[in-house]
Write a new protein. Structure first.
Ligand SMILES: Cc1cc2nc3c(=O)[nH]c(=O)nc-3n(C[C@H](O)[C@H](O)[C@H](O)COP(=O)(O)OP(=O)(O)OC[C@H]3O[C@@H](n4cnc5c(N)ncnc54)[C@H](O)[C@@H]3O)c2cc1C
Ligand code: SF4
Lengths: 588, 252
């Protein structure tokens, strides 16, 4: 039996991006808030010291900052006929652990979604007709919100994170040099675009010549000294190239630990409990009210923390798992399509084209998780899909992340993997190879979902999360089409050799693709197909909010975190403005 | 709203209960202990969680002398000495692998290692119950057995070309090994050799940053603001390790 602690106003589960943002907003409202984090407290000064962070073996190969699978992992299979097996080390995605969450070792590409994305099902039906949408065999849904409601919260997130970039659409007026496809923005980016390395510059030239509109990729790596509205100061990115999968020693990469937590932890009505893993949300006997959470501390002792308000912000995977373990909502059944907990799990479809040159030197070690140039002509519904046989698209861009050489040694296909010839090819291609990526949409389909695993359990004997996922036929067609468009640009850049890599075949849990796992506890306006309303409030459990990319009903061709941050502000704003005045269902 | 108790400033380590269960949890989460933080977290200057540097002059920590000879021979062939660089063996790859196996990598202690261990689809990844220490111990013994049967000599004693043939056979899965899949064994040794050759020299391989010089990687530099716009130019940086560089070390 867990020992019961004195009650508090609000508990927040997870101190990554979403949890830190909401905790800070609730603390400012005067609530006593306790934040629970299963990993350690992380601070730039002690954890990400400049003398020890540029270490590829430790951070990239041995995954130092990631959740250790011994603590918690998930099982995976491609379809319901298979038996899911555990991911024993991380491959396809890299969940975080400790304050800051995955935000410590993320890349920092920070897009907003487009206005159409929030009403994707309605939009596609209006443009292409019901029949065409049904023929795609997907489970696309609207989000139950719209651009007008989302925009102010995107702005809040961008301000707190100091996002660098160039607006393409300010209050409806298109801006030269920005992304003409973005929704109307109320503010310019808080910091100007980063300087560009050679690869993105060459790509942008070729794209411009072809009539496209290249723009600097919006980035959570600040381009100049910046003090955010919470009074926390960041320093300019130095393009050190130890960025994705590493923590930043320069206070340049926005994460909860560089933007929110330094201010939050100093506020007297906030307490962080680290190395404390939340095991479940407790409900009253009616199941319509959360009474708090149960957690286990590092000594193995269990505690119950009662609270008036429970916010779960534990990243997509653990959001869904905690809801399944706590019996919140009905588990989704892919056969009957009943139930909503675990429904509409989706991912991101990663494609690329690699370019080998003889006469170029990209100095690929100069880079950053989110520096580069992109185009959006082939993203989402920015091009006419009539007759193409698929929906969706991708963000096409060149973003050199750095080239530490355990993982970054491009050689042409067919090169031996060792010996003299291997070495020659490694030396010949290291400085002169680049690649164009296409991070593309992932649309939900009936058989892709999250559930509890019947065979494998964590160190405490609780079922692991089971992921059943494969790429829908729609997405594989989209991948081929978009990669062909990328190849046209690549050809114009005139490489010696190029290699097209559209996503093909089954989802493979081994090679890294992206950590953009979404859905499983989705938002919407219809409780029969969604778990939370547009305020991230759980249907029928009004004092429970579940926040994160778990709320995305499907994933557009953009990275998720700009929208995760905006949803966190949206939920916090609704709690402050509406819920605390009238606790209860905000949407009946 | 609830009463706020007086907050405790700084970090208090609440060792709430020391029980047998603690040890179990600790293996999963490292040195973790539950910490309650109110107010400014405390840390000491230079308390910065440094890398686990390796002392190459020490004895083998995991390998037997025989095993070490085999691994040295393999790393000599995977990364041969030529006009571009010294060999993987000379760069310290076997020392690197030995120290990796002696540490957490060798035991898979950070990984999910609960059964059942079932072979799955290729998409489901590595499902072997063998930890890296076992993979080396079993694989190296089996490799020598195979070489004795086929060539009447241990792997390390074969001429270079024969060693290459055996290695190619392992890579293709055509050399049968007792107790471990040849491909699984080869890919681990290959992965670790490359890690050792290209990782920071503090881990025992990549002596004098030889691989970094070879390809033009400047290592642990942290500021390229003045260089990012020098497009298509050779920069010729002298590389730097997180342990500095040999020229910086004073004698004595
Ligand atoms: C390598 C990498 C690159 C990425 N690049 C990009 C990018 O370029 N652009 C982009 O938009 N996104 C990117 N992402 C994704 C981005 O990191 C996430 O979208 C973002 O961090 C999500 O925020 P979150 O608050 O939902 O989750 P997190 O930041 O992961 O925070 C969740 C926190 O909850 C804690 N937690 C989980 N379970 C429990 C529990 N049971 N009890 C207590 N605490 C718990 C976790 O330890 C964690 O600290 C990347 C991710 C990775 C790993
Ligand atoms: S590239 Fe920039 S943001 Fe990334 S770790 Fe280096 S300095 Fe920090």
């Amino acid at each position: 039996m867990p020992t019961k602690l004195p009650a508090t106003d609000a508990v927040v589960v997870g101190l990554g991006w979403a949890g830190a943002i909401i905790a800070n907003e609730l603390v400012d409202e005067g609530l006593d808030v306790i934040g629970f984090e299963r990993g350690p407290w992380r601070d730039t000064a002690k954890d990400f010291n400049i003398a020890s962070v540029p270490d590829e073996l430790r951070y990239n190969a041995r995954q130092e900052l990631m959740l250790r699978t011994a603590q918690n992992t998930c099982t995976m299979r491609n379809d319901v006929s298979q038996t899911a097996l555990p991911m024993r080390s991380w491959g396809s995605f890299h969940p975080g652990n400790g304050t800051g969450g995955a935000g410590n070792h993320w890349a920092g590409i920070t897009f907003r979604f487009q206005p159409e994305d929030f009403r994707l099902h309605s939009h596609l039906t209006e443009r292409y007709g019901r029949q065409a949408v049904e023929a795609a065999n997907l489970t696309l849904q609207d989000w139950g919100t719209d651009w007008e409601e989302m925009e102010p919260h995107y702005a809040s997130f961008e301000r707190v994170a100091g996002i660098s970039g160039k607006a393409g659409n300010l209050n409806g007026t298109l801006q030269e040099g920005g992304n003409p496809f973005e929704g109307a923005r109320s503010i310019e980016y808080p910091t100007p675009p980063l300087k560009q390395p050679y690869g993105p510059t060459l790509f942008a030239e070729a794209a411009r010549e072809m009539g496209y509109h290249p723009f600097p990729v919006p980035s959570a790596l600040v381009s100049e000294g910046y003090t955010n509205p919470l009074g926390v100061t960041m320093g300019p990115c130095t393009f050190c190239g130890f960025c994705t999968n590493y923590g930043c020693a320069n206070y340049s990469k926005a994460s909860a630990i560089t933007t929110v937590l330094p201010a939050l932890i100093r506020k007297p009505n906030f307490t962080a409990k680290t190395n404390c893993e939340v095991l479940r949300v407790t409900l009253d006997p009616s199941g319509t009210r959360a009474t708090g959470i149960v957690y286990i501390d590092a000594s193995g002792r269990e505690w119950e923390q009662p609270a008036e308000l429970v916010i779960v912000a534990a990243f997509t995977l653990e959001n869904a798992r905690l809801m399944l373990l706590s019996g919140v909502g009905e588990p989704y059944d892919p056969i009957t399509q009943r139930g909503t907990t675990g429904r509409n799990y989706a991912y991101q479809t990663a494609n690329s084209v690699q370019l080998f040159f003889d006469d170029k030197n990209f100095n690929p070690f100069i880079g950053a998780g989110a520096v580069g140039m992109g185009i959006d002509e082939f993203n989402n519904d920015n091009f006419d899909h009539t007759g193409l046989g698929f929906f969706g698209g991708g963000s096409i861009r060149v973003t050199p992340i750095g080239a530490a050489p355990i993982a970054n040694r491009p050689v042409p296909p067919g090169t031996p993997t060792w010996g003299k010839e291997w070495k020659r090819a490694t030396v010949d291609n290291y400085l002169s190879t680049m690649s164009i990526g296409c991070e593309a949409s992932s649309y939900s389909q009936r058989g892709n979902y999250l559930s509890l695993d019947p065979n494998y359990s964590d160190r405490l004997g609780r079922p692991l999360l089971r992921m059943t996922f494969d790429f829908p036929e729609n997405d594989l067609r989209m991948a081929q089409y978009c990669t062909d468009r990328v190849a046209e640009i690549a050809r114009r850049m005139n490489p010696r050799q190029m290699v097209e890599k559209p996503m093909k075949g089954h989802w493979n849990s081994g090679p890294y693709q992206s950590s953009h796992v979404v859905g499983g506890f989705v938002m919407g306006s219809d409780p029969s197909v969604s778990s939370v309303n547009k305020y991230l409030q759980v249907w029928d459990v009004p004092n429970l909010f579940v926040v994160g990319a778990s709320a995305f009903p499907q994933n557009p061709g953009y990275n998720p975190t700009g929208t995760v941050g905006a949803l966190a502000y949206k939920a916090a704003d609704a709690i402050r403005r509406l819920y605390l005045k009238h606790p209860g269902e905000m949407i009946a | 709203m609830s009463e706020k108790s007086t907050p405790v400033r700084g970090v208090t380590r609440r060792q709430v209960l020391t029980s047998g269960a603690a040890a179990v949890v600790l293996t999963a989460s490292g040195r973790a202990s539950a910490v309650t933080i109110d107010g400014t977290p405390q840390w000491r200057p230079f308390d910065h969680n440094a890398a686990d540097a390796v002392d190459p002059s020490q004895d083998w920590q995991f390998f037997t002398a025989e095993e070490a000879a085999t691994v040295e021979a393999i790393t000599e062939r995977l990364i041969p000495a030529d006009e571009l660089s010294i060999s993987g063996r000379e760069a310290g790859c076997a020392i690197f692998i030995d120290r990796q196996l002696a540490g957490f990598f060798g035991t898979s202690e950070r990984l999910y290692m609960q059964g059942p261990f079932v072979n799955g689809t290729p998409e489901q990844g590595d499902q072997s119950a063998l930890i890296p220490r076992q993979r080396y111990r079993v694989g190296l013994a089996a490799l020598d057995d195979y070489c004795r049967r086929q060539h009447q000599a241990r792997f390390a004693e074969l001429p270079g070309e024969s060693q290459d043939e055996v290695l190619s056979g392992l890579e293709r899965g055509e050399v049968p090994l007792e107790g471990i899949e040849a491909k699984e064994f080869f890919s681990l040794v290959h992965q670790n050799t490359m890690e050792g050759f290209f990782a920071d020299p503090v881990y025992g391989g990549n002596r004098d940053m030889v691989s970094w010089r070879m390809i033009g990687f400047p290592g642990a530099r942290y500021d390229y603001r003045d260089y990012i716009e020098k497009h298509n130019q050779k920069l010729d940086f002298e590389p730097l390790s997180i342990a500095g560089r040999s020229g910086w070390r004073t004698q004595g």
